[in-house]
Write a protein that binds this ligand. Sequence first.
Ligand code: GRF
Length: 191
Amino acid sequence: MSGLKLGVLISGSGSNLQAIIDATISQTISSKVVCVISNKEDAFGLTRAEKHGIPTFVVSQKGEAGEQEVINHLQANKVDLVVLAGYLRIIGKDLLEVYKGRIINIHPSLLPKYGGKGYYGLNVHKAVIANNEMTSGATVHYVEEGIDTGETILQRQLDVLENDTPESLQQRILNEIEHPLLVEAIKLLES
Ligand code: GRF
C-alpha cells in the first residue's frame, strides 16, 4: 500500500495529528490526511486541520449512532487507514468490522504495561512515576476489540528522569517518541 488516504480521529490537542500533517508536507510520508474527525467540537486538533484545509467533521451523536456517523464519513472520504490519535472513544464492533486490520492507535506507554481501562492522558504517566518505573515510552498498535490490545506495530522507550513529573514525562514522550513513531508507523504501512 502506498500513498494511503488517512482519516485521523481525535478528541483533543491534536499534536500527533500535526506531526502527521507535517510529515505529509515534508513528504516524509506519501499518504495524505483526507479527513479529521472529532467527538469534541472544541478539540484544538480541528483548528490545526482547518489551517491546512483538511475537511473536519464533529460527531454529534453518542453510541452506535455516533459510530455510524464516523463510518459514513470515513467511507465518503474513501479512507484507507484510520489513525486514532488521542481519540477518547472506544471503537465498536461496526467500525472494527468495516475497517478490519486498518485501524491503528498510538498509546503513551510501553504496552501491555499501563494500557486498558483508565489508562489515558496524564493517568498513564502518573502511574509510571508512582511505580518508580525506570523507562516508559509509546506504542503504535493495531486496534481490535479490547482496549489498548492488538498487535504492536512499533514501540520505543526512553528513560524516566529522576526529576520527571507526570507532565514533563508526558511532554517528553509526546515530542521525543510519539510524534516521530506515529509517522514511522504510517510509513511502514505504506510499504
Ligand atoms: C497522546 O498521548 C496519545 O498517545 C494518546 O492521547 C494523546 C493525544 O495527544 N492516545 P494529542 O492530542 O495528539 O496532542
